[in-house]
Design a protein around this ligand. Structure first.
Ligand code: COI
Length: 370
């Protein structure tokens, strides 16, 4: 369009490092600390369009100190994973969903469109270059971080005229240092991570910046994450949103005795998680119990726990995968605890190999050549 260059995977240039790093031991893989040897990048300019994408040795970026990203947080990103299959082939988990969401986040920030399919082809090539970094061990994966920043050197709050789209990779194990053990959430009604008309449904850096402080306060109370409940004058009966790094699900028995899996709806206030979507599709295909995406009031959670109707609570996300939740700690110091049936939940995480899920489309993209 416009006679400007677009991203084309056939233009991809690969410059391999001559000094690859030694691969870390699995015990060193604290989430996101170690990066692989290469990065994929493509630069955009309003006058010329996209540069040819390239895979280069991982290196610090050179940015003008006035670059818009540094001042106004014009940044969005994705988190996506590649796994080693039992057949020795590398597969990405529903990467087209992440490309779609990155494009939507970019649009919200007025960053230029990019060719999603072509860029994903470039990411696959990056994975081929880095394949030896993928730990061949259950529970481990490569976490890919496509990142999109406005690089225009101006203090003007204006549409970017220069941008950089890059992807780095981190080999990862469990997100929480405690592993897949149930975690505690602090129920935070004082801070909001999203509001109507905001960017809560986009994966923009600013959404995460504002969660650090609440998270530190929660950690001081022994909680690994925050559950955002938008109180909005509802006097203790706010609307349940999400957790900083996860969407949240509740499996409960309704008052009519029926089992129901419930999660907040995509109302613009929560991130439309790919794992969330996957859980919903899988569970619907099982037809074992009701599934609902609807606003959840805090009082419903309290009542379900008090009346022993709460069966399970868990979070979903690319980084955390499926994360059991045992406890919701309130600011008055009282806690709701749900006895955790690990046998039940291990089924969420690992249904028998070879199980087919109704009419579900094959959720993976295989990488040729591995
Ligand atoms: C994810 O990739 O799952 C995220 O939400 C980002 C962050 C938790 C690392």
């Amino acid at each position: 369009a416009d006679g400007l260059a677009s991203i084309r995977s056939e233009d991809l240039v690969v410059n391999r490092t001559t000094t690859p790093k030694p691969k870390p031991a699995l015990s060193e893989l604290l989430f996101g600390r170690i990066m692989t040897d290469h990065m994929l990048q493509a630069a955009w300019n309003v006058n010329t369009g996209w540069s040819a994408p390239s895979i280069d040795p991982l290196a610090p970026l050179q940015l003008h100190p006035a670059a818009q990203v540094l001042h106004y947080g014009i940044e969005c990103f994705e988190g996506m994973k590649a796994y080693m299959g039992v057949d020795g082939r590398i597969r990405m988990f529903r990467p087209d969903k992440n490309m779609d969401r990155l494009a939507r986040s970019a649009q919200r920030l007025n960053l230029p469109d990019f060719e999603k399919v072509e860029y994903l082809e470039c990411i696959k090539e990056l994975l081929r270059v880095e394949r030896d970094w993928l730990p061949d061990k259950e529970g481990f994966s490569l976490y890919l971080r496509p990142t999109y920043i406005a690089t225009t050197p101006t203090l003007g709050i204006a549409p970017p005229s220069a941008a950089l789209l890059y992807t780095i990779i981190s080999p990862v194990g469990p997100y929480f240092p405690t592993g897949v053990k149930p975690i505690k959430l602090f129920v935070d009604t004082r801070h909001a991570r999203a509001w109507p008309g905001g960017v809560g449904d986009c994966k923009v850096g600013g959404n995460y910046a504002s969660t650090i402080r609440p998270q530190v306060q929660a950690a001081a109370l022994g909680c690994q994450q925050v559950l955002y409940v938008l109180d909005n004058g509802a006097e203790g009966d706010g609307i349940v949103g999400e957790s900083g790094a996860m969407n949240v699900f509740f499996l409960w028995r309704r008052k009519d005795g029926k089992k129901e899996l419930v999660t907040p709806p995509l109302d613009g206030m929560i991130l439309p998680g790919v794992t969330r979507d996957t859980v919903l599709s899988l569970v619907r295909s099982w037809s074992e119990f009701e599934v609902a995406e609807r606003p959840i009031r805090w009082r419903e959670i309290e009542a379900a726990v008090a009346e022993n109707r709460m069966l399970e609570m868990f979070g979903t996300g690319t980084a955390v995968i499926i994360q059991p939740i045992s406890t919701l700690l309130k600011s008055d110091g009282t806690a709701l605890t749900v006895p955790f049936d690990s046998a039940e939940t291990s089924r969420w995480i690992d249904r028998k190999p070879g199980t087919t899920y109704g009419a579900q489309k094959e959720p993976t993209t295989s990488l040729a050549g591995r």
